[in-house]
Design a protein around this ligand. Sequence first.
Ligand code: K1U
Ligand code: ZN
Length: 170
Amino acid sequence: MALLPILRYPDPRLHTVARPVQAVDAQIRQLVADMLETMYDAHGIGLAATQVDVHERVVVIDVSEERNRPLVLINPQIVWASEDRQVNEEGCLSVPGVYDGVERAGAVRVTALDDHGQPRTIEAEGLLAVCIQHEMDHLLGKVFVEYLSPLKRNRIKSKMLKARRETERA
Ligand code: K1U
Ligand code: ZN
């Protein structure tokens, strides 16, 4: 297994649209294992392949307190979303230190393949529903800060670029 570097906003590669996985083979299972290790190491509750510069429709999630209930979504599709909208505080491993409220559907139904290539349907609400929608946005090249006002987004962009310059100088 390996820890993968996570792209940081405003890296333009975060805006790449991921392509569907053609076959759930050993290479995809290795990617899933590496993404899970990377997500747990970074103390995240989710990670999309886009964030590790792999542009295929693969997501890993674990919203359990014990950090022992990994969920693997390959080629996920939202087939139903509730009409009720809820605002939740979100964070992102690609935008460290930034948290803000985003409005999303309160519940979703998702179809996907698991890491054995088996089809699954997941009904989600609460934090899992928020996380699934956040990760699926990554696969479409969308980062949560794009839901914020242009003023907030530009401030975040400047803060991230400053942090990157300071890291490069150190
Ligand atoms: O996609 C990512 O970068 C992972 C992200 C997932 C996420 C967190 C919160 C709401 C929606 C999606 C994170 O894991 S950020 C770090 C984190 O663990 C966290 C932050 C805020 C609330 C709960 C957890
Ligand atoms: Zn994110």
